[in-house]
Design a protein around this ligand. Structure first.
Ligand code: ADP
Ligand code: MG
Length: 343
């Protein structure tokens, strides 16, 4: 549906690219959420998709065609766009606002009215609202109309740039639920921008995490929560949510209760097994030659090891380790399990 190939945008007069060598494929029907801190290039990315900004380098393909080569009426028709400042026309009724694209496409008045009725029935608003003016609507209601307006010409792709960002939390929660349901009914490909992780987790099939113009990680909400790629992603997810999504708690507690003994250096697997046998233990803490804790190994891991991959451990300072032994070890284990560098 949508493909980014090495897409870069450097604005005139700035040294660093706002978007840097972006590569990504988005499938038809997917709900993809871009998330990242302010200024990381989310809006620029959206604007390049609908050609409000031209890439400095690389290509964006929508259904196989470079957006720069698409006919502009066709482009407006095939991509819906919803932004935070929804910009309903104040002198037009809700119905007329929804029909804006229809009138550009020269639909008959009758067809425009029918389409507006059909659309408003999709959301939690009575049909009479079609005759109201935008200032007679609450913020949440206006935002719903903005979404309907983007759906009017039935575009296969919809871009939404922080559409619920200006709403109070309760209205936003309601709209997120409503919108997720709506998306299933209309079966669109949605590219959605937010800086709110809760919103991303709630809505996304796929989350794209950006930082400083680059993609840091792509994955389902579950994959990202369980295996954040690095500390930036962990910070972005936030400590509370990370704690809630602790992987395999029983596994970590099992490790903590095993009272592993410590070996001074990394051994080969064969040696590690020998040390365990000699000491009649079934787990080891592995420490390198300068005393840094390299990690943990036990019989179960060794069994799995023969079948699968090698164990990779993160360094941890020994001094700290001896002071807060169990807490630090526990934390390290969680982090390693989450990142998939231990299991
Ligand atoms: P986000 O939407 O993630 O907050 P933006 O895509 O709006 O980020 O901005 C990314 C970077 O590009 C920022 O450093 C911003 O200042 C810069 N930028 C955005 N638009 C322009 C522009 N029209 N001219 C120059 N710089 C811009
Ligand atoms: Mg933005």
């Amino acid at each position: 549906m949508l493909e980014f190939k090495e897409v870069t945008k450097t604005f005139e007069g700035s040294k660093k690219p706002a978007v840097n060598k972006l590569n990504l494929s988005i499938e038809k029907g997917e709900f993809v959420v871009f998330i990242g801190p302010s200024g990381c290039g989310k809006t620029t990315t959206m604007k390049m998709i609908n050609r409000l900004v031209e890439p400095t380098d690389g290509q964006i393909l929508v259904e196989g065609t470079n957006v720069l080569e698409q006919d502009s009426v066709q482009l407006r028709r095939s991509i819906g766009y919803v932004i935070q400042q929804i910009g309903l026309m104040p002198h037009m009724t809700v119905g007329e606002n929804i029909s804006l694209v229809g009138s550009l496409l020269k639909w008959s008045k009758e067809k425009q009215r029918e389409r507006a009725k059909e659309l408003i029935s999709l959301v939690d608003l009575p049909e009479e609202y079609l005759n109201r003016y935008p200032h007679e609507l609450s913020g949440g209601q206006q935002q719903r109309i903005g979404v309907l307006r983007a759906l009017a010409a039935d575009p296969p792709l919809i871009l939404m740039d922080e559409p619920f960002g200006a709403l109070d939390p309760i209205t936003r929660d309601g709209l997120q639920e409503e919108f997720k349901k709506l998306q299933k009914e209309v079966d669109k490909t949605i590219v959605f921008v937010t800086h709110d992780m809760d919103e991303a987790i709630k809505l996304a099939d796929k989350i794209v995490i950006m930082n400083a113009g680059e993609i840091v990680q792509v994955g389902s909400p579950d994959e990202i929560l369980k295996h954040p790629a690095n500390e930036f992603v962990e910070d972005f997810i936030g400590k509370d949510r990370l704690l809630q999504s602790r992987p395999d708690v029983t596994r970590v507690e099992q490790i903590m209760n095993a009272n592993p003994i410590t070996v001074k250096e990394e051994r080969t697997l064969k040696e590690a097994i020998q040390v365990m046998r000699d000491n009649r233990v079934d787990s080891l803490l592995v420490i390198d030659e300068i005393g840094t804790l390299k990690g943990y190994i036990d019989i179960e891991m060794i069994d799995a090891q023969y079948k699968k991959r090698s164990y990779v451990y993160e360094a941890m300072d020994t001094e700290e380790y001896s002071v807060h032994k169990s807490d630090l070890l526990r934390d390290t284990m969680y982090r390693m399990l989450r990142r998939g560098s231990a299991y």
